[in-house]
Design a binder for this molecule. Structure first.
Ligand code: UDP
Ligand code: MG
Length: 316
């Protein structure tokens, strides 16, 4: 097999304490093997997603010693999805890999991925890392993550595997397709599934962050989960129609019943509890349904504006 080119994309948001150790560790692991793993050149593409700390300074220190390090600096924080997209666009290599800066994505696994790619003589186009279990997550987060995957896999035609990370090795063929998916609301996990190609998953034990804290909290994760479902499925809209129809039929029958009841036996104001219950029930239901419809309209709105996913201040 020919020598390989590899680009590593690293989205960074306030990672000043991790940049150096990340780079050192990846270099050590990559060049530790006797045959240099058949890799010809390795490019690092750091995407600075509007960091407020010294992340840029740390990346520039690395650039002084290695001409294969690129820095894409965003004009502000646009989110990890945008940062990954920018990095993918910059990659010119046969193989591209996305890794977090906090060393939660073990570089040893990258070697395993490259090994797998070579063993299939390049037939594999997408290799994805998946954590074996949810140790390291709070029970609360683990529970809701599992619920999200269950719901997503019922509602969406794109099935997702629980525990799959953004840590992936992507071949040029798959990458070219991924870059054509230009939607404003990017949900990478599903985009990578959507493009097809021969895929494989490699499992690993979860590792804690090297330095700093995760940028995710429950609200962010909840919004991300909604994003995932409505980006790839319109089934929620169909369920709404069905619920609406069932309620319409039931309330019509109930209405007819009341009319007949009143005509036959008169009306002695006995229905207070049922009225209050019904008002509350329908009130809640309507707000929920409007919310779901609103999510789709919001996407049409965002997409119709056709705004760029991010702005780059400079590339060095
Ligand atoms: N990140 C980013 N933009 C953001 C948030 C995070 O580029 O708005 C980067 C972050 O620097 C890290 C990676 O995305 O390299 C994963 O972030 P984090 O560790 O917070 O997520 P977790 O590992 O908890 O899923
Ligand atoms: Mg992390």
């Amino acid at each position: 097999m020919d020598k390989l080119d590899l680009s590593i994309i690293i989205p960074c948001f306030n990672e000043e304490d991790n940049v150096q150790s990340f780079y050192k560790k990846v270099q050590n692991v990559l060049w530790g093997g006797a045959d240099r793993n058949n890799i010809n050149e390795v490019y690092f593409i750091f995407v600075d997603d509007g960091s407020k700390d010294n992340t840029i300074k740390e990346i520039k220190k690395l650039q002084a010693n290695n001409k294969n390090i690129k820095l894409v600096k965003f004009s502000r924080n646009f989110g990890k999805e945008a940062a990954m997209f920018a990095g993918l666009r910059e990659s010119k290599s046969t193989l591209t890999c996305i890794m977090d800066c906090d060393l939660q994505d073990p570089p040893e696994l990258l070697l395993e991925m490259i090994e797998k790619y070579k063993n299939t003589k390049g037939k594999l186009k997408l290799i994805t890392a998946k954590r074996k279990d949810r140790s390291g997550d709070s029970r609360f987060r683990a529970f809701f993550s599992e619920v999200f995957y269950k719901i997503n896999n019922i509602l969406s035609p794109i099935k997702l595997e629980s525990g799959v990370r953004d840590f992936r090795l992507i071949h040029r063929d798959a990458l070219d397709c991924i870059l054509q998916m230009n939607e404003y609301h990017r949900f990478s996990k599903a985009i990578f599934e959507f493009v097809g190609f021969q895929k494989e998953i490699v499992e690993y034990d979860y590792i804690d962050r090297e330095q700093g804290a995760s940028k995710w909290n429950f609200i962010k994760l909840f919004l991300y989960a909604i994003e995932g479902i409505v980006s790839f499925s319109t089934i929620p809209l169909k369920i709404i129609t069905l619920i609406g129809f069932v309620i319409f039929v039931i309330s019509s029958i109930y209405g007819i019943h009341i009319i007949i009841d009143t005509l036959a036996f008169g009306n002695d104001v006995k229905g207070y509890p049922s009225i209050v219950t019904l008002i509350a029930f329908f009130g809640g239901l309507q707000i929920m349904l409007l919310g779901i419809i609103g999510e789709y309209i919001a996407r049409i709105y965002e997409q119709s504006k056709n705004r760029p996913h991010y702005f780059i201040e400079y590339i060095s």
